[in-house]
Design a protein around this ligand. Structure first.
Ligand code: SF4
Ligand code: SF4
Length: 162
């Protein structure tokens, strides 16, 4: 298990406002990790995250492994006890984000999304690919930008200092 700083408030923070994360039902069978594509390439272990969350053994201020989850939901689908590891990882990420632990590529992506309503840059290459797929070129949608601005202001994303 990765060595990390003990954070006695992590379980409290996780459970606060979320009455049924199901952490306590986990019997550490490891089936979630077995189906995890990230784990298969040396990334995150869902079972270990649940264990560490329960123990408060995640230092959200500098934990990097949580950002290796692809949010594919395979772990949650596999868990027969409805523990929902991917949701737990999301909650840990939210805490990490609020404490400034966000990989730069996610910051860049969020800024781009807020500015353009796109999560990837519109480049010559993307134009060429759209053309090859016979898709029309497009301009930044002002309606989408207005909607995104509303969502950003209503969610945690709007409270982050990016
Ligand atoms: S989260 Fe579910 S699948 Fe994963 S170790 Fe715990 S009980 Fe098993
Ligand atoms: S949601 Fe994340 S932790 Fe769960 S299986 Fe997918 S990559 Fe692994």
């Amino acid at each position: 298990m990765k060595k990390s700083v003990f954070d006695p408030f992590l379980p409290v923070a996780l459970v606060k406002g979320w009455s049924d994360l199901g952490l306590w039902k986990c019997h550490q069978c490891g089936q979630c990790s077995a189906v995890c594509p990230s784990q298969q390439h040396g990334g995150i272990h869902a079972r270990e995250i649940i264990e560490r969350a329960l123990l408060g053994a995640i230092n959200v201020e500098d934990e990097g492994i949580i950002w290796l989850c692809m949010m594919c939901q395979s772990c949650t689908e596999r868990c027969q006890l409805d523990v929902n590891p991917s949701f737990v990882i999301t909650m840990v990420r939210n805490l990490a984000s609020e404490r400034g632990n966000i990989p730069q590529q996610y910051v860049d992506e969020a800024k781009l999304f807020m500015k353009t309503a796109l999560s990837f840059p519109k480049t010559g290459l993307t134009k060429k690919m759209r053309s090859e797929m016979k898709l029309d070129d497009f301009d930044i949608d002002q309606g989408a930008l207005t909607e995104i601005s509303f969502i950003v202001n209503k969610t945690r994303l709007g409270r982050l200092e990016l």
